[in-house]
Design a protein around this ligand. Structure first.
Ligand code: UDP
Ligand code: MG
Length: 312
């Protein structure tokens, strides 16, 4: 049995050696083979030098050096692709996620064959209350409007079996939102609580703005329902225009109310507005189909096949 640790690194020069030492210490008596796949995501500090220094050590290390910063999502994809283990753990370089927990995740998968993935989630967050509020709102929106389910506080810190890694790699979409992808591919995930450690050194790359656009991307990647809004709004507006026409006619015929130019203008405005929005909505329906098709996601993912046929 072999484990691959996939480690995205962006400006982590001081954390890389600490991470390596922590792995070496925690995995000393692990009783299985392991490798570390570092992805240097266009770091601007001495991360690459720190990583290269590790090549002299005893642990099998692979360094994937990006030509520029592509973001953690791309780094994870590259790391998974380069990994060769039967189990793969995605873990940060900053020691906020302890390697010793990765070891426990592997044990869980060994003991519980019904699970294909063990994911860590944060039970309580050490964050500002405004941040916690936005994150909770995000999970509510995603779970209501998309066809994937996110467990609040779940992180990318996960250990997969190879079959699930291969399924994730089949998802070749350009704009990646891993939490959604991990859910979309199916399989059984066990969620275990963990407490995030303080960063060993350096600072987090997330700002509120970045997080917001990432969350927005996440929603857009897994639902096309916003494209339906014009269709709904257009239908309502068209109906309103017809009701308006009806009321004007009743007033004219029953109560000798004059039918003014203003009535005609309001009616036509509502009707045309409604029809235009409905047309945009129809275009949106086609657009959503094209959008989903361009992702070229697998049509299905097989977990296993059972047969009583003899091979050959
Ligand atoms: N990271 C990366 N590319 C980026 C940003 C971050 O590979 O563009 C790595 C980073 O080096 C770390 C992990 O992704 O190993 C998580 O990043 P960070 O600690 O900034 O996020 P946080 O822990 O605050 O969620
Ligand atoms: Mg971190």
């Amino acid at each position: 049995m072999k484990l691959s640790l996939v480690v995205p690194c962006y400006n982590e020069q001081d954390n890389v050696p600490l991470f390596y030492e922590a792995v070496k210490k925690d995995f000393a008596g692990a009783g299985f083979d392991y490798e570390i796949v570092f992805v240097n995501d266009g770091s601007r500090d001495g991360t690459l030098e720190s990583l290269k220094a590790l090549l002299a050590g005893d642990i099998p290390v692979k360094i994937v050096n990006f030509s520029r910063n592509f973001g953690k999502e791309s780094a994870m994809y590259a790391g998974l692709k380069e990994s060769t283990g039967d189990y793969v753990t995605v873990i940060d370089a900053d020691l906020q996620q302890l390697p010793s927990i990765a070891l426990e995740m592997v044990k869980m998968l060994d003991d519980e064959p019904e699970y294909d993935c063990v994911a860590a989630y944060q039970e309580s967050r050490r964050e500002k209350s405004s941040m916690v509020f936005f994150k909770n709102a995000f999970y509510k929106i995603v779970n209501k409007f998309t066809d994937v389910e996110f467990v609040p506080g779940a992180s990318d810190f996960r250990t997969f079996r190879r079959n699930m890694v291969d399924a994730v790699l089949e998802m070749k979409e350009y704009s990646r939102f891993s939490k959604g992808i991990f859910s979309w591919v199916g399989f059984n995930t066990k969620y275990v609580p963990y407490v995030v450690q303080e960063r060993a050194s350096g600072s987090s790359k997330w700002t509120f703005g970045k997080l917001f656009s990432y969350a927005f991307d996440g929603i857009i990647s897994f639902t096309t329902s916003p494209l339906r809004i014009p269709a709904y709004a257009g239908t309502v507006t068209t109906l309103v225009s017809l009701v308006y026409l009806l009321v004007s006619a009743v007033l004219r015929l029953g109560f000798h109310h004059p039918f003014t130019l203003q009535n005609v203008t309001v009616f036509l405005l509502l009707l045309l507005g409604g029809l235009i929005m409905m047309s945009i909505g129809i275009t949106g329906e086609y657009l959503s189909k094209i959008y989903m098709q361009t992702k070229e996601r697998p049509i299905y993912i097989v977990k296993e096949i059972f047969t009583n046929k003899k091979e050959g």
